[in-house]
Design a protein around this ligand. Sequence first.
Ligand code: NAP
Length: 255
Amino acid sequence: MTVLILGGTAEARELASVLLGRGRPVVSSLAGRVADPVLPAGPVRVGGFGGPGGLAQFLVQHRIEAVVDATHPFAATISAHAALAASEVGCPLVRLQRPGWSDHPDADRWTWVPDAGAAVTAGQTARRPFLTTGRQSLAAFLTWSDRDVLVRVVDPPDCRLPERWRVIRSRGPYSYPAERQLMSESGTDLLVTKDSGGSHTAAKLEAARDLGLAVVVIARPPTVAGTTVVRSTDDVLAWLATLTSPAQASESTQA
Ligand code: NAP
């Protein structure tokens, strides 16, 4: 049974390694947004499918028997496309999504907002905000051109940023001491983050708390209605074990 893993996350890479280690064929798919991505083990394809129709075609052409949507919690478009494509061709799909930070012990001290535009409003009084919401959301914050914004991104921003802004390019995971030092030295008065969840980028939340900083968190988009959502690689293994491959199903129907 070949499994398509829609990736771009640490969880997707871990899943590819575990499945390959168990002798299960996999193909990982990356969007191709990041210039120098960390590649998963095994076969990898890169680039969009050309919408749900293209993805459906890929599933049939490559005889994919199960799809694991292990994309980032904020990658809502590909998740919607995957659900449509899988349903069109009758391919089982599961969403692997790391738990968010809504259960974090400090979550009720943060300001939760639905999107980047609302984060701008919520952070109106900050003078030295630290933006960790990713390259694609930066345009929403450009009205903060009169502030000393610190931006952290993996790849260079694709829009022109105000002179006063400082850009740090790096990729997690990040440690508590380094996060605390960065925010302390930068005079940060507001941390803006997405509810990415997981542990790789969570140290900034502890550091912000200990420095007494305000935190604005952009909430996750909803998961696609009707999609099975699991939290871990073990959950995916359990889900895969429940599947009967189409070939077996057709054999048993014909028997
Ligand atoms: P998105 O808005 O949900 O997707 C936009 C388009 O990119 C999709 O319609 C699809 O193109 C293509 N695409 C996205 N993920 C793909 C994948 N794994 N394989 C093939 N095509 C893919 O996605 P996004 O927010 O731009 O994120 C892009 C990728 O970066 C995701 O795979 C995600 O896991 C990773 N990532 C995202 C974030 C984030 O904050 N959004 C953070 C870390 C990593 P077609 O319609 O042409 O198929």
